[in-house]
Design a protein around this ligand. Structure first.
Ligand SMILES: Cc1cc2nc3c(=O)[nH]c(=O)nc-3n(C[C@H](O)[C@H](O)[C@H](O)COP(=O)(O)OP(=O)(O)OC[C@H]3O[C@@H](n4cnc5c(N)ncnc54)[C@H](O)[C@@H]3O)c2cc1C
Length: 395
């Protein structure tokens, strides 16, 4: 019987494992992936300060700490069910059952599928798959490709592909999507501060104002704007992916500011791979299986298990942290993991003032990290957090 079982060895699960072990609890972390680190492993970007955020190095720091503290980590273990008994939990995995007093679900996020005609051809992949192949497995995804879907994640990963020497024709919208221009612009504004161009960085500050943003979409040049020397198209959409046995080209067309295809503008662009970016949503099925109540909160990325700022769910003994609670950057997920670990320690080690004090500080750290995050997936994250904490209070 472990004190804590953590599902997910991403930045959140690892940080939680470290803080629970620091308080002397017995903890086991399990993950279905062959490497610990979760989505952190694929991340590589330059911060506005000029420093580089290297996910592999950040993972190593967490793993070194976990190893020193003798945190037990088992990989290639997939959870499909969690059962609640009177005072404990049984977690069902592909390699047997694990019993624990508490459970932390830190399963992260998944990508939303965004099908377009031709998307089953070999050479079409999600943008996250391209990130994992490039940065984790060091596999070249192709020679020249196109990214369909313009959002914070696709912009960051496209930059990573460029840095790895993979050719990118451009980023464009998916065909079915009418130009939800204002939303797409909001996305661009939230990534533009990472761009090396002074013009884009400072121009994006003006575009934070709604009216200006709408005007920008209306007058967005048909040939796109360039960020990191790569065209971003808001007025061109990928209509179809073509090829016989694999991707050979895409058909692209100009769309009006209201999203209608301008007839006769279709052109064929030769590419050998296509990345589709439909956005992220919290991967929360296990919380549903165990019976956690849910709320749909758009500002957090979809359905999230109800929880409070100490990462407790209304089910005693069940905790959540990281992207399962809302889509944010790895730094926030890691900070939330520390909160969850301390919160579990507070529950299992009664009347410990030091832990309570540490927990308060850790909650403050999450807010501080959120405010200074260089990658922000959702603009209204604070509103979303308030809504979910309110839902917890009401329950
Ligand atoms: C494709 C993708 C790319 C991303 N790229 C970036 C980026 O470039 N920059 C950025 O700031 N953020 C990125 N994110 C957001 C990212 O999720 C956070 O940065 C951070 O990694 C979240 O940490 P986490 O610990 O909550 O989850 P994760 O890092 O996702 O870790 C969750 C872990 O849980 C495991 N798991 C899930 N379900 C089960 C199960 N049933 N059984 C066992 N194990 C399970 C997974 O294998 C995974 O290792 C990305 C997210 C995705 C989905």
């Amino acid at each position: 019987m472990y004190d804590v079982l953590i599902v997910g060895a991403g930045p959140s699960g690892l940080a939680a494992g470290i803080s629970t072990r620091e308080n002397g609890l017995s903890v086991k972390i399990i993950d279905e992936f062959p490497h610990a680190g979760g989505r952190l492993l694929g991340q590589l970007h330059e911060e506005p300060t000029g420093e580089w955020w290297n996910g592999i190095k950040e993972t190593k720091k967490l793993l070194d700490q976990a190893e020193q503290l003798k945190v037990e980590i088992s990989l290639l273990v997939s959870v499909h069910h969690i059962e609640k008994l009177e005072d404990s939990f049984i977690t069902h995995t592909n390699s047997g059952k694990i019993t624990s007093k508490t459970v932390l679900i830190a399963t992260g996020a998944a990508e939303t599928a965004a099908p377009i005609p031709g998307w089953t051809l070999p050479g079409v992949m999600s943008i996250g798959a391209a990130q994992v192949m490039t940065n984790v497995h060091r596999v070249r995804v192709g020679n020249q490709g196109i990214v369909v879907g313009v959002n914070v994640l696709s912009a960051a990963i496209t930059r990573e592909l460029q840095l790895a020497g993979v050719g990118i024709h451009s980023m464009a919208l998916p065909a079915m999507n009418v130009v939800t221009g204002d939303k797409v612009m909001q996305n661009l504004v939230r990534i533009a501060h990472l761009a090396p161009s002074w013009f884009i960085r400072y121009g994006s500050n003006f575009a934070k104002i709604g009216l200006i943003r709408k005007l920008v979409v209306k007058f967005f040049p048909k040939k796109g704007i360039k960020m990191w020397d790569m065209p971003i198209h808001l007025r061109k959409a990928v209509l179809e992916i073509n090829g016989t046995d694999k991707v050979e080209s895409v058909t692209m067309g100009t769309v009006s500011s209201t999203g209608k295809l301008v007839k006769g503008t279709e052109e064929e662009i030769p590419v050998d791979f296509v990345c589709i970016a439909g956005g992220l949503y919290p991967l929360a099925e296990l919380a549903a299986v165990i019976g956690c109540p849910f709320e749909y909160i758009e500002e957090l990325g979809g359905h999230v298990p109800v929880h409070n700022e100490e990462m407790e769910t209304p089910l005693p003994g069940v905790y959540v942290s990281g992207n399962i609670t809302g889509i944010e950057s790895a730094k926030v997920a890691r900070a939330q993991g520390t909160v969850a670990g301390l919160s579990i320690s507070k529950t299992l080690i009664k009347k410990n003032r030091k832990i309570k004090k540490q927990l308060k500080k850790a909650i403050h750290d999450v807010e501080k990290t959120r405010k200074s995050a260089s990658i922000q997936f959702h603009p209204e994250i604070d509103t979303g957090r308030k809504k979910v904490h309110q839902a917890f209070k009401e329950i």
